[in-house]
Design a protein. Structure first.
Lengths: 267, 234
């Protein structure tokens, strides 16, 4: 019975490693300038975690096979130095591994989060609310008008609570339900939540960032491939969470200008 | 004595029958002066099953204006002097969710009258009347759900929103009278079957507030009443 159990463990461990080694489930195409670092970090983590996983399963199977039915008169030997030395050694090994992943991983993370956007990055505001994203472009004056939460009125599409009657900066602001950005241009995303926690996730951009109510969160990235992608909320935010999404259009500079003009005409 | 009363009644019937069976009508038009706020197109791209039902984007409906400054979606009702207080119609009113819009945008009903809420879309809706006087509730309605049956027991103008689709907005007008109309097709309204008497007619618009007019019906007649609201561009 114990030998059967040991074989089962090995079969399960190898079977679960096969699709990963064969790259059965690959990540969607990366369309950002920083995405390759995230991908490298992910595959590095996968290799290290995978090797540790297989080694641990093989060891487990070996011990079950070897020691489940001790031979008559056999004395089970203990590890030199006792269990304490073994546990300390294991903690140090795993700790070093986790630390190494963190040290190397911080490069990829810091490149997205700890560097300021370049001065010519295009600012776009995104507001997450139950259960939709709305985007705001500053318009020709380059300024986003102030937000007055008490003026938020979804019935008149005033999702941001703008007061164009009194705030000149708000008059040319462009509010959209779809996000479009020019290709190969850095975007500075200014994020805030209207109600609860949400998340901004675009798989292809390798960008996933939470909205925290009360905080202005900032993010910057550059998309490198024209196309239409999906922005989804990946933080359970309520009943309509499953339906909280928007589309990201990465356009050529000319198409982007046309799109923005069209959106402006619709304000 | 009863004979005398009967004689008076018979005499009245022969001499001036309109006093017994008379039913006047108040009709008219709602208009606005000034510039109303521009209605913005609604981007439904996040809900493709709804977006594809509209060849051109639908717009917001906070002000629905017609030709010659006509104003639709104004609830015109008898706010005082109505003869039918407390009579709840057996017939239900319906409120449809279709193409991610509320149809009609403004639904008037009597207190305690049955309200049937339909979902004709391929997506889930979550209807949420933001009641202040009545009890506030919100109910999820996945596609294919049978109509919800609701009622409100106090008079109130209730904004209605969908918790899933932020652009969906409408109103319930819960009234204590059956003499009401919602102006449509160029601001027209009509309140028929009003026996002789003095009435106060109130007109309510979601963006421009209320106006009232006093009307006296003396017999079989149609009184013309006009309401003019002041529109604001913002």
């Amino acid at each position: 019975m114990a030998k059967f159990f040991a074989i089962t463990i090995i079969v399960i461990a190898i079977a679960s490693a096969i699709p990963i080694l064969l790259h059965t489930w690959v990540a969607p195409e990366d369309i950002s300038t920083h995405g390759h670092m995230i991908d490298e970090q992910m595959s590095e983590t996968m290799v290290e975690a995978g090797v540790s996983f297989l080694a641990a399963q093989l060891m487990l199977a070996l011990f079950i096979w070897r020691f489940s039915n001790p031979r008559p008169g056999e004395k089970v030997k203990s590890f030199p130095g006792g269990a304490r030395a073994l546990v300390i050694g294991a903690v140090l090994l795993v700790g070093a591994e986790v630390l190494a992943l963190g040290v190397f991983g911080v490069k990829a993370w810091a490149n997205v989060y700890l560097t300021p956007p370049s001065t010519n990055a295009m600012p776009i505001q995104v507001q997450a609310g139950q259960f939709a994203f709305y985007f705001r472009y500053p318009g020709p004056d380059g300024k986003l008008g102030p937000i007055h939460p008490e003026l938020i009125n979804e019935g008149s599409q005033n999702f941001y609570g703008l007061d164009p009657e009194h705030d000149p900066d708000s008059r040319d602001d462009i509010v959209t339900a779809e996000m479009a950005i020019p290709v190969n241009k850095e975007v500075h995303l200014l994020m805030h939540a209207k109600d609860v926690g949400h998340s901004f996730f675009v798989r292809e951009l390798r960008v996933q960032q939470d909205f925290v109510p009360g905080l202005d969160v900032s993010l910057h990235f550059t998309a490198t491939k024209v196309g239409k992608y999906e922005i989804v909320c990946t933080q359970l935010c309520g009943l309509g969470h499953y339906n909280m999404k928007a589309y990201l259009e990465v356009l050529s500079p000319q198409d982007f200008d046309d799109w923005l003009k069209k959106q402006q005409a619709m304000q | 004595m009863p004979t005398k009363q009967m004689l008076v009644a018979l005499l009245t019937l022969f001499v001036c029958p309109h006093l017994l069976f008379a039913a006047g009508t108040v009709s008219g038009k709602v208009t606005y002066t000034g510039t109303p706020a521009r209605q913005k197109p609604i981007d439904m791209s996040k809900e493709p099953s709804c977006a594809k039902q509209h060849a051109t984007p639908v717009t917001t409906e906070t002000v629905v204006a017609g030709p010659n400054n006509a104003l639709d979606n104004v609830v015109v009702y008898v706010s005082s002097g109505a003869p039918d207080d407390g009579q709840v119609p057996a017939q239900a009113v319906t409120y449809d969710q279709k193409g991610c819009q509320y149809i009609p945008h403004v639904q008037a009903m009597h207190v305690n009258q049955e309200l049937k809420i339909l979902n004709d879309d391929q997506t889930s809706h979550n209807i949420h009347p933001l009641a202040k006087v009545n009890r506030e509730w919100n109910k999820s309605q996945p596609p294919g759900t049978p109509p919800l049956s609701e009622k409100f027991d106090k008079p109130e103008f209730i904004p209605v929103k969908c918790n899933v689709h932020p652009w969906m907005h409408g109103y319930f007008a819960v009234l204590t009278t059956n003499h009401y109309d919602v102006s449509k097709d160029g601001g027209d309204f009509k309140l028929p079957n009003l026996p002789p008497g003095k009435y106060t007619i109130t007109a309510w618009h979601e963006s421009y507030g209320t106006q009232t007019a006093d009307v006296t019906i003396t017999g079989n007649e149609t009184k013309d009443v006009k309401f003019t609201f002041t529109a604001k561009p913002y």
